[in-house]
Write a protein that binds this ligand. Structure first.
Ligand SMILES: Cc1cc2nc3c(=O)[nH]c(=O)nc-3n(C[C@H](O)[C@H](O)[C@H](O)COP(=O)(O)OP(=O)(O)OC[C@H]3O[C@@H](n4cnc5c(N)ncnc54)[C@H](O)[C@@H]3O)c2cc1C
Length: 599
């Protein structure tokens, strides 16, 4: 391997360098899924693959430091954000959404948590009429992509794939909040789960989650795993075009069906208006993400007829489901003040006293706060098991064998050594000498859903995202239970000596008022004020029949169109009770095999 400074530049291209050329496969979006797919397709030297990514390469030592790379409020990470539509059921509040617009996509900026989801979730996909997505069928693709370090080999874990993950063990945890939370959960009867990817793992329990971090304590995104410099520089059949945004696809009619024959692209810099084009020999695979794939389809004339006509877009294929059915995990951040030394806030308040020595520790030993993901553990639970006042939890017994519908966890409580309120800088502290810790009480399968629509035909106008939080009032019931279970665990943490001081988001005075009035008025008001996305959005081009507002079929082909697939989080047929990056990588591995085997 050639080492820096003699290493050649990463082989990336500009739109003018690909203009007019023809490729077998054009992958639109070099994000989490796109990097996997382009890598797998180009393993066959006989096919030519073009990968087009809107963002830059932006790969540096700094960009792989776990703590710094998760700072989504800092655009130098590759994160972009924009405002959602006013939240109709939350007093018209506006919140932000964040995406990784950079090679590797959101896997470059995410929390690095690696979870696959319960086998029963994929059985549910199969039961919808998609047997190719049963647990038995998807497991080999999780294994294929993965290189799991740290643990003894188990047959459900991969050890020779390109994508590294490891668990951060108890002794390495930097903040006491995680230990106090884990102790409180186990004291409350939740089993400790050391391998959440085991098909036999209990469905309710406190899981020490794996993180996509390597032994050198660097983030491993799908860029580093699947398209590293060494791989790309050896593949003359793979072309990567960065800082290029696909404006739309054009179509020819073949046997009465549209087929994309050209991909139109521009520089991501909105000042340049030159349009370039590439020709497509076999297929276009759109990997532009939950918020990127629907707008691209719509600009290309595929989507709900009425919406396209409002924007004077010529309809190529009327597909009602495009952009519909946005699913997400909805969370309520319970935030407490705590002494500064118990919180990550200390590094921000005292950059020289705290952050600098920690950086030295990271450089010398790969340890300390800079080496850590923001989440080490997760408590998965079932809302049905929680009594209304949150005081009782009824365990399901042999819960790996129960009926899936009763069995699946619908809650995740996420402890964090920092505020999880979603506004930049909003810590809500009464005293800047104090830090914050939180439990993000998350509803994984809310009834509410949202949508994404074009705001205009201008490529650079961000689409309108309506999260639809609380559009179904049934969600209040589950969120209240999640909050009450969190408060119960917080009481145990306090009793064991962990210093949880003032509660910022459900203050003691509000708790008392609700108790005195015998209702949840204060809590519901605060839910509307603080409810947030947990960034696990999916399903906006879901796998499903057209009657059921589906957009793609079992092999991820867009209904009624030849030579066009979608491959990213948008195709999930239903929301998952898991963090999404590992399932997205599995989808991309699966899609590559569909294409390679001629399906
Ligand atoms: C802040 C945050 C934290 C998260 N934390 C975790 C976590 O800890 N664990 C976990 O499992 N999941 C996490 N997730 C979710 C997970 O990371 C995403 O679901 C997953 O990475 C999405 O992959 P994707 O391929 O669907 O989209 P992306 O990775 O977002 O890729 C889409 C790519 O397409 C590009 N693109 C879009 N439009 C165009 C266009 N027109 N032309 C060219 N390129 C285009 C984008 O620039 C982007 O690179 C997190 C998400 C966020 C936002």
């Amino acid at each position: 391997m050639t080492m820096w400074p003699f290493r050649t530049k990463y082989p990336e291209h500009k739109p003018e360098e690909v203009n007019g050329k023809e490729y077998d496969f054009v992958v639109v979006g070099g994000g989490t899924a796109g990097c996997v797919l382009a890598s797998r397709l180009s393993e066959d030297p006989k096919v030519s693959v073009l990968l087009i990514e809107r963002g830059p390469l932006n790969d540096s030592w700094m960009s792989r430091i776990p703590l710094l790379s998760t700072d989504i409020f800092n655009p130098s990470t590759g994160a972009v954000s924009w405002d959602c539509e006013p939240l109709k059921y939350c007093d018209d509040r506006v919140t932000q959404l964040y995406c990784g617009e950079v090679m590797g996509g959101t896997s470059r900026i995410n929390g690095m948590v690696y979870t696959r989801g319960n086998p029963a979730e994929y059985e549910a996909w199969a039961a919808l009429g998609y047997p190719n997505w049963s647990y038995e069928k998807v497991l080999p693709y999780f294994i294929k992509s993965e290189k799991h370090v740290h643990q003894y080999w188990q047959k459900w874990r991969g050890i020779s794939g390109p994508w590294i993950n490891k668990s951060i063990v108890y002794a390495e945890w930097v903040f006491n909040a995680f230990r106090a939370f884990l102790d409180a959960a186990t004291a409350n009867g939740f089993p400790l789960v050391l391998d959440g990817s085991s098909p036999k793992a209990p469905n309710e329990g406190v899981v020490v989650v794996d993180s996509t971090i390597n032994k050198r304590s660097e983030r491993v995104s799908t860029l580093q795993a699947f398209l590293p410099h060494d791989v790309v520089s050896k593949r003359s059949n793979l072309t990567i075009c960065t800082k290029a945004v696909v404006s739309r696809l054009t179509f020819v009619m073949e046997d009465g069906r549209p087929r994309p024959d050209e991909v139109l692209l521009r520089h991501s810099d909105s000042k340049s208006e030159v349009v370039y084009s590439v020709k497509v020999k076999k297929e276009v695979i759109v990997c532009s993400g939950t918020f990127g794939s629907p707008p691209l389809l719509m600009r290309s004339g595929i989507g709900p007829r009425k919406h396209l006509e409002e924007h004077k877009i010529v309809v190529v294929r009327d597909l009602e489901g495009v952009g519909f059915n946005l699913k997400d995990h909805h969370g309520f951040p319970l935030v407490w003040e705590t002494p500064l030394n118990e919180s990550l806030s200390e590094a921000m308040v005292h950059p020289f006293k705290k952050a600098l020595p920690e950086m030295v520790k990271y450089i010398l030993h790969g340890t300390g706060i800079f080496s850590m993901p923001s989440q080490h553990i997760a408590l998965f639970a079932r809302s049905r098991a929680i009594s209304d006042d949150g005081s009782e939890y009824k365990f399901a017994g042999d819960n790996t064998n129960a009926e899936p519908s009763d069995n699946l966890p619908d809650l995740e409580l996420i402890p964090a050594a920092i505020s999880t309120i979603d506004k930049p800088g909003e810590q809500g502290r009464s005293d800047q000498r104090l830090g914050t810790v939180s439990i993000l009480a998350t509803y994984l399968v809310p009834e509410s859903s949202g949508s994404i629509r074009l705001s205009s035909t201008n490529l650079f106008d961000r689409p309108k995202v309506d999260f639809g939080f609380l559009s179904n009032p049934a969600d209040y019931i589950v969120l209240r239970k999640a909050i009450r279970l969190s408060l119960k665990l917080a009481e145990i943490m306090k009793a064991s000596g962990f210093p949880l001081l003032n509660n910022i988001t459900y203050p003691e005075a509000s708790q008392q008022k609700d108790a005195e009035n015998g209702n949840d008025d204060e809590l519901d008001r605060l839910i509307r004020q603080y409810i947030r996305s947990v960034f696990h959005w999916s399903c906006t081009c879901k796998m499903g029949s057209e009657d059921d507002l589906g957009v793609v079929d079992e092999e991820l082909k867009v209904h009624g169109v030849t030579g066009l697939r979608i491959c990213d989080a948008s195709i999930f047929p239903k929301g998952l009770s898991a963090h999404l990056q590992a399932p997205v990588v599995m989808v991309a591995e699966r899609c590559a095999d569909f294409i390679k085997s001629g399906m």
